[in-house]
Design a protein around this ligand. Structure first.
Ligand code: ZN
Ligand code: ZN
Length: 137
């Protein structure tokens, strides 16, 4: 008997596999993917946006975004498959954040790291001072 887990989609308890969703949801997801890819295969639909796909196919927006993130739907083939950046809402086709936000966050991180480094240096100097003054006694 394998390990049990809760399906991250419907919450059902299932025997854990490499997937984080249960067999039922996996099947539904595959069907949804087929529906979406069939829809996009038609030339006139190639430039559909995610919202248009939701309207036309009835597949959940969340799932379509998942397919884009997993690169099952290639933004190079379908130019309008953008979904909103989690930070600023700009259209993106990969990851969770747009390039701008990634850059900004990286800068924030760099500042934090620099502060952390300076704090450590200060602490080290303080330790050395204590050591020296201790020795001089
Ligand atoms: Zn499920
Ligand atoms: Zn952004």
């Amino acid at each position: 008997m394998g390990e049990l887990a809760n399906c991250s989609h419907c919450g059902t308890v299932y025997v854990k596999t490499i997937r984080d969703i249960c067999q039922d949801c996996f099947k539904k997801e595959e069907e949804a993917f087929q529906t979406v890819s069939q829809f996009l295969r038609e030339k006139k639909n190639r430039e559909a946006t995610i919202l248009e796909i939701v309207e036309e196919t009835g597949v959940e927006e969340e799932l379509i975004i998942k397919f884009v993130k997993e690169r099952r739907l290639q933004p190079t083939d379908f130019p309008n498959l953008a979904y909103p950046c989690e930070r600023c809402g700009n259209g993106i086709t990969a990851g969770k954040l747009c390039e701008n936000c990634q850059k900004e966050l990286k800068n924030d991180l760099a500042v934090l790291e620099e502060e952390e480094r300076m704090k450590q240096e200060r602490e080290e100097r303080e330790r050395e001072n204590i050591y020296f003054s201790f020795n001089q006694d």
